[in-house]
Write a protein that binds this ligand. Structure first.
Ligand code: AMP
Length: 297
């Protein structure tokens, strides 16, 4: 079996991995890490849960460990594009954890928050930018950021970006990157349009596919309760109240519906938080953090 030491990663990286309790690479890491270290482009079919984030972050950190460490204002050597603000934050959190023993700066550039702090961070120059496409373009257009030095770029969850209509933004961003660069694309599925993007932006990519670790659906017990519409909220509160110490996610059809359900659950003593596109980014993050910490059920 491969282990992390066979990749020749810098000591601070392997120390951080040991600290995370990682003993051996996951299958996607075993395929992607050596190929990226050789400078290859990667086209990966991989879902969340496979360890795909570390597969592209670790080679990025290795490249940074080997560089002179000088930062050029308003420039960055490495960029990760993600479809959602939450995913961008999660990738940045991982990058920070893996680089905790290195002097690497990671900046999240996403919409929904004031741009001032991002502009300040970019002005100093950062090692890794993790961004959603819209806000990144804003900074490029206002002159806060140039991608002229960005030699490594990752498109994570490319199929989600396609579904969210980000392809034109991605094309504009890719057009500003140097021609000589390393391009990694990760996608859970590989529809034709993603293949087309890959063909347009990559050179002879190594293709990597890993099976989903386990399909959650197989581990979930499913049942249906038929309830007349006016009694739905009561039935939901009655169903959730006894399972207080476990956590639950309720999906609603509309944003206002989600707010109504959440209010009703709170009134019935089931603490909850609504999360949707009309909430501010700090509110969304707070709701997620509370959920993770078990403060909302
Ligand atoms: P991802 O697919 O990137 O979202 O990663 C899924 C989870 O696997 C994350 O919680 C990682 O911290 C964890 N993980 C990634 N690589 C390894 C590894 N080699 N050994 C153990 N856990 C890992």
């Amino acid at each position: 079996m491969t282990d992390f030491s066979s990749f020749g990663l810098a000591e601070p990286i392997t120390r951080a991995l040991a600290g995370q309790g990682y003993t051996s690479p996951t299958p996607i890491q075993a395929d992607v890490i050596p190929a990226m270290l050789e400078g290859r482009d990667i086209l990966g079919i991989a879902q969340t849960g496979t360890g795909k984030t570390a597969s592209f972050v670790l080679p990025m950190l290795q490249a940074l460990a080997k560089s002179d460490g000088l930062r050029r204002p308003k420039h960055s050597p490495a960029l990760v594009l993600a479809p959602t603000r939450e995913l961008a934050q999660q990738i940045a959190d991982n990058a920070q954890a893996y680089s905790q023993f290195m002097a690497v700066s990671v900046t999240v550039v996403v919409g929904g928050v004031k741009p001032g702090r991002q502009i300040k961070a970019l002005a100093r120059g950062v090692d890794i930018i993790v961004a959603t496409p819209g806000r990144l373009l804003d900074h490029m257009e206002s002159g806060a950021l140039s991608l002229a030095d960005t030699k490594m770029v990752v498109l994570d969850e490319a199929d989600q970006m396609l579904d969210l209509g980000f392809v034109p933004a991605i094309r504009r961003i890719m057009g500003k990157l140097p021609k000589k660069r390393q391009t990694v694309m990760m996608s859970a599925t590989m529809p034709k349009q993603i293949r087309k993007l890959a063909a347009d932006f990559q050179v002879n990519p190594k293709e990597v596919a890993v099976a989903a670790v386990s399909r959650p659906i197989e581990r979930i017990e499913q049942s249906v309760m038929h309830v007349p519409a006016p009694q739905k909220k009561e039935a939901l509160a009655a169903y959730l109240a006894p399972i207080k110490d476990r956590r639950a996610i309720v999906f609603a059809r509309t944003k206002r519906g989600a707010d109504r359900v959440s209010k009703h659950l709170d009134a019935r003593g089931v603490s909850s938080a609504a999360i949707h596109g009309n909430k501010s980014q700090p509110q969304r993050q707070k709701a997620l953090d509370a959920f993770k910490a078990g403060q909302t059920s």
